[in-house]
Design a protein around this ligand. Structure first.
Ligand SMILES: O=P(O)(O)O[C@@H]1[C@@H](OP(=O)(O)O)[C@H](OP(=O)(O)O)[C@H](O)[C@H](OP(=O)(O)O)[C@H]1OP(=O)(O)O
Ligand SMILES: Nc1ncnc2c1ncn2[C@@H]1O[C@H](COP(=O)(O)OP(=O)(O)OP(=O)(O)O)[C@@H](O)[C@H]1O
Ligand SMILES: [Zn+2]
Length: 456
């Protein structure tokens, strides 16, 4: 970690976006080593009480879970573990071509303080309320900016990229899913979660997107999914022109709940118009053709096949994995404790009779799958002028134009073990809400089932 970013470097970084856990900055300075890079800075929930040291190291039980994976045995620092997680766990599953583990660089607390001040006005208010840059961090992740091609290679203004957060692409079929939750086997988690998000005003309308289309392996259905993502982008779809966001929301969905419906429609229409103009200007094609280009690239890259296989490592669903979790942490199972269904209890007793090794494997695979269900893809395009058509080229049948593309996964973070309890509660809450409210489109008035209210 030779590079150190100090106060004098802070103004070279601009706000690019954020998710729940990290804030991402683009580089506008002149250092050749940093051109074309982004810096991913960790955030901390407001009011969080964990000490800096607790945040930095794996818990005793996390060490157990990840101990079986070669390199990870040695590491106790989360940053080292994160890098090893990508190279040792994810690369064999997803290949190396589309992965970027990045590298950690040192940052001073002055640097972070200035950044925090500089980006404040750019951040969505609800993200500001939820979390802030963790000023205790002494490093941040430096990665390639996957919304552009490496500098020098592309003619100015000619790169358009999309970011897609595909979420879970399959229906679970685990025998450990209770009869009361059988709907999970026929309706996607994404669809059911939409109803709860609408009720909680986290989104302004139900998404048209169906992950089963995107992961279908059929180019026609992939195109249907891309059109739906474009119609209702939420936090699942963004478009960038030359690295700058032109369509979709910063740090979340485009349909920020802070806006009234009419204003939202106007903003969406303006973003659509701008996007169409830029696509026509830079690529000489209509929006429909661009969305076709995106679909073809997803189909051709085969990335989603590998991602789906990784997601399916969650073979017994959280309703099964949660029992393995309690085996791992060596505590009495709170889920079984709250059940009075003898047949279910019998099924779960099979899980509680597994060896520690078997339980660790279930938990490890569950956590790996969770990362694959929450990551995003970034695909960048530029017109291909002359020369041979390489394997990374798409030819648009409709206009006989050729485009080069590159695709990368982003947000490959390892998930904390303790989050499994939250996942279980959220899962129960999503299904309960959907079952009770699917008839009325997801906007009832008397649902109080916060994840924290589910009894276990
Ligand atoms: O549980 P989910 O499916 O809502 O996923 C969470 C995401 O919500 P969304 O994609 O909007 O539904 C959530 O995204 P948002 O904050 O809603 O943009 C995070 O990605 C969260 O992961 P982490 O806390 O950053 O590690 C995600 O949590 P994990 O489930 O990946 O732990
Ligand atoms: N390498 C990258 N190149 C370009 N843009 C990036 C890169 N990494 C992240 N971004 C942008 O920053 C945003 C936030 O990054 P990221 O998804 O890693 O945050 P997160 O907090 O981990 O997300 P989540 O809420 O899914 O956990 C992304 O949605 C994307 O627009
Ligand atoms: Zn149990």
């Amino acid at each position: 970690m030779a590079m150190i970013l100090g106060a004098e470097d802070a103004n070279d970084w601009f706000y690019k976006g954020e998710g729940a856990a990290n804030l991402v900055l683009g580089y506008c300075g002149s250092s050749p080593a940093l051109l074309g890079k982004v810096l991913r800075v960790e955030k901390i929930q407001k009011g969080a009480t964990r000490s800096a040291e607790e945040c930095e190291v794996l818990t005793v039980h996390e060490k157990l879970v990840w101990a079986a994976i070669g390199e990870l045995v040695e590491s106790t620092s989360k940053k080292v573990i994160q890098q090893a997680f990508v190279t040792t766990v994810l690369n064999p599953l997803l290949g190396t071509e589309h992965m970027d583990a990045g590298m950690y660089v040192s940052v001073s607390s002055e640097f972070l303080k200035i950044i925090e001040k500089n980006v404040h006005n750019k951040r969505p208010a609800w993200r500001v309320d939820a979390a802030e840059i963790d000023l205790r961090c002494d490093s941040a992740l430096l990665m390639s900016d996957h919304s552009i091609f490496p500098s020098g290679a592309s003619k100015e203004g000619s790169c358009i990229s999309v970011e897609i957060k595909p979420k879970c692409g399959f229906l679970p079929c685990s025998d450990f899913i209770s009869e009361a939750n059988a709907i999970k086997k026929s309706v996607t988690r994404f669809r059911m979660h939409q109803f709860l998000k609408l009720h909680k005003k986290e989104v302004s309308q139900l998404s048209e997107y169906d992950p089963l289309d995107l992961f279908s392996g059929s180019v026609e259905r992939i195109n249907l999914a891309i059109r739906s993502l474009y119609a209702t982008p939420q936090n699942n779809f963004r478009i960038f022109s030359n690295g700058f966001l032109i369509y979709g929301g910063l740090g979340g969905g485009m349909d920020s709940i802070e806006c009234e419906a009419k204003k939202l429609q106007e903003m969406k229409k303006a973003a659509e118009d701008r996007t169409k103009v830029l696509i026509r200007r830079d690529f000489g094609i209509q929006l429909d053709n661009f969305l076709e280009l995106v679909s073809e690239a997803i189909f051709k890259s085969g990335m989603l096949n590998q991602l789906l296989a990784t997601q399916k490592l969650d073979a017994i669903d959280i309703e099964g994995a949660i029992h393995a979790y309690y085996n791992v942490i060596g505590q009495h199972c709170l889920v079984c404790e709250s059940l009075d269904d003898a047949s279910l209890l019998h099924r779960y007793s099979l899980l509680h009779s597994l060896s520690l090794e078997e339980s660790l494997k279930i938990v490890r695979e569950y956590l790996t799958a969770t990362t694959a269900k929450d990551c995003s893809l970034m695909i960048s395009f530029r017109p291909k002028e002359g020369g041979d058509l390489t394997s990374n080229c798409i030819s648009l049948r409709s206009s006989n134009q050729h485009f080069e593309y590159k695709a990368n996964y982003i947000d490959m973070d390892i998930k904390p073990l303790e989050k499994m309890v939250y996942h279980y509660k959220l899962d129960q809450k999503i299904v309960k809400f959907y079952v009770e409210n699917r008839e009325n489109g997801g906007s009832p008035c008397d649902f109080d089932g916060g994840a924290e209210n589910i009894q276990i």
